[in-house]
Design a protein around this ligand. Sequence first.
Ligand code: ADP
Ligand code: MG
Length: 276
Amino acid sequence: MARARKHKKGGEPSAPRNRKGGAPIIEMRDVTKVYPGGHMALDRVSLAIDRGEFVFLVGPTGCGKSTLIKMLIRELEATEGSVRIAGRDIGAMSEKKTPNLRRNIGTVFQDFKLLPDRTVYDNVAYALQVIGAHRGEIRRQVPEILRLVGLSTKLHSYPDELSGGEQQRVSIARAFVNHPPLLLADEPSGNLDPVTSIGVMQLLYRINKTVTHDREMVDNMRRRVIELYEGRVVRDEVSGGYTEESTSECGLRMRAEMGVAPEGQTNGHDSHDSLF
Ligand code: ADP
Ligand code: MG
């Protein structure tokens, strides 16, 4: 998910502009990733994602989804090609800037990555402490985001006292508590049953809707699906018509697409990876 935010001046002159004049939040140009040992995980991937867009990155296991996401947070470097975040070529940035880049990108993983010896409240507060937030800000923002994800009654619980879906809600709260302009989720529902995973997807959709106030950005928020196959983009489609979709309508549609019956029966279809 890429959140609407005031466009900053800057970016490099060669970076393309969307119709509002801002650089895409994510732009990859001819990105190839060859792992040590010679496996080509991404093969000349080019894509641009605007602020406010809600994008699904899909494809079979091993097609390169996690590799792509890791390149956006500079956990991996491109072998060839360029990766730009908000107009900045991150491959050309100094190493010192990496923590700043990561502060501006919320990340959610399949395995939640919560601190087991801290409460729900402290797991989320920790994300603000590490960026030097003031105590007052932490006390105000942590309960607020936990309310947004529906966990107001679990502030003092520990991760092992929560269901998988609840743990993923905590990790979403943690990723989003400082309102980053970009939220990435790598198989956020991969460890969850289909019904719970729809709840997690609805939550991400709702967060994107809630924070995207800009009318034009909301118009932009049709669902977009980018599909990878063996490291290449084989589909990049926007399916229109969801602009006015409510969160529950979104849930119903996702149920239908994932083959989950309303009463919670499943056809065992894999969950989608997502990149927001
Ligand atoms: P996905 O997330 O879509 O399942 P990945 O991005 O994890 O796919 O992997 C893409 C391909 O790169 C796979 O063939 C995988 O085996 C390979 N790969 C992933 N990580 C490494 C690594 N550290 N070293 C070598 N090959 C890797
Ligand atoms: Mg993966």
